[in-house]
Design a protein around this ligand. Structure first.
Ligand code: PEP
Ligand code: MG
Length: 319
């Protein structure tokens, strides 16, 4: 079976009715680009940069170190786009003590200072990362993705810091490149205000791991409630369908980069909901491609509507 799958590496991911599907890789280190290319990914859909920040006893990577890491990922992908997500520490990805702020310091880390909230709480630190990303963009196509946005004020502050990072690089006469800007949709508040995000961003990436957690009030890491963590809960499906439809209607790119995108039991449903871009662990890419090659999006769209309307969508998933 593995061997059969590996033969799909150079087969384009096209459905039976001729729709080309974008299959992207999630990576955690620059060198993961090798595995991404090997699996036939057409780009990196999520580079989780927090792994450069974790396990260093609180000493954060400086601009040069970050720039080198982002550049290695860009070089590694050989001209294919790399989506670099700004740091998402906190909650299930705590920084070590010593950084001044660690998850243990907070009452409820998943609802506390994580991701963009953490970055905006220390603009000087965020600017270091933004300058490093902009500089790496001189070497290849980069998309800059912002996690956990929920408020218009966070969008405004983020955009203004990106401008400021460019000004700082100009003042140093340092070379940098253009970036496309994306927003993670992973807080229900964001999923319910998609037009705001479409006004300010070039593309959306749906983080289903957190979107499910926050929509259902189920801690994604808590075994005691894991049986209630349901990717096909009608509320989750409703948010997913609505985000995908609105982004597509606006002519903007939308992908899913949570675990759902790499789960072959979800591929047909996501295609039926209109998704055309999936980002996942490199090891899942060929298996998802195999599902895509067997799928007809027209038929799946009709079926997905019945799943969306069902009281118990899970019961229809095998149809
Ligand atoms: C997500 O929330 O679905 C996601 C991709 O981000 P992370 O798992 O890193 O929180
Ligand atoms: Mg997330």
């Amino acid at each position: 079976e593995r061997e059969r799958l590996s033969r799909l590496k150079n087969t384009p991911a096209v459905t039976l009715d001729g729709h080309r599907i974008e299959l992207l890789a999630n990576i955690e280190q620059p060198d993961d680009a090798v595995a991404a290319l090997k699996a036939g990914a057409v780009g990196v859909g999520l580079f989780r940069t927090e792994f450069l920040f974790m396990g260093r006893d609180g000493k954060l990577p400086d601009e040069e170190e970050q720039y080198q890491a982002y550049r290695r990922a860009v070089d590694g992908m050989q001209g294919l786009p790399v989506t670099i997500r700004s740091v998402d520490v906190g909650a299930d990805k705590p920084l070590d003590r010593g950084a001044g702020r660690s998850a243990d310091d907070y009452l409820n880390p998943a609802l506390g200072l994580r991701a963009i909230r953490w970055s905006l709480a220390d603009p000087a630190m965020f600017l270091v990362q933004l300058r490093a990303v902009l500089r790496a963009a001189a070497h290849g196509p980069i998309n800059l993705l912002i996690p956990m946005l929920a408020h218009a004020s966070e969008i405004r502050q983020t955009l203004s810091l990106i401008d400021k990072a460019r000004e700082q690089l100009d003042a140093r006469a340092q070379v940098y490149g253009p970036v496309r800007l994306g927003a993670m949709i992973e807080v229900p508040a964001a999923a319910l205000t998609i037009p705001l995000f479409l006004r300010h961003f070039d593309f959306l990436s749906i983080g289903t791991n957190d979107l499910i957690q926050y929509t259902l009030a189920i801690d994604r890491a808590d075994e005691a409630v894991a049986h209630l963590y349901d990717p096909v809960h009608p509320a989750v499906l409703h948010l997913l369908a609505s985000c995908i439809t609105q982004a597509r209607d606006a002519g903007k790119g939308v992908s899913v980069c949570g675990e759902m995108a790499g789960d072959i039991s979800m591929t047909r449903l996501l295609l039926g909901l209109g998704l055309r871009s999936f980002s996942m662990h490199p090891s899942q890419i060929l298996a998802v491609k195999q599902q895509i090659l067997r799928s007809d999006t027209g038929k799946l769209a009709t079926w997905a509507q019945s799943v969306l309307a069902a009281e118990d969508p899970a019961a229809l998933m095998a149809d």
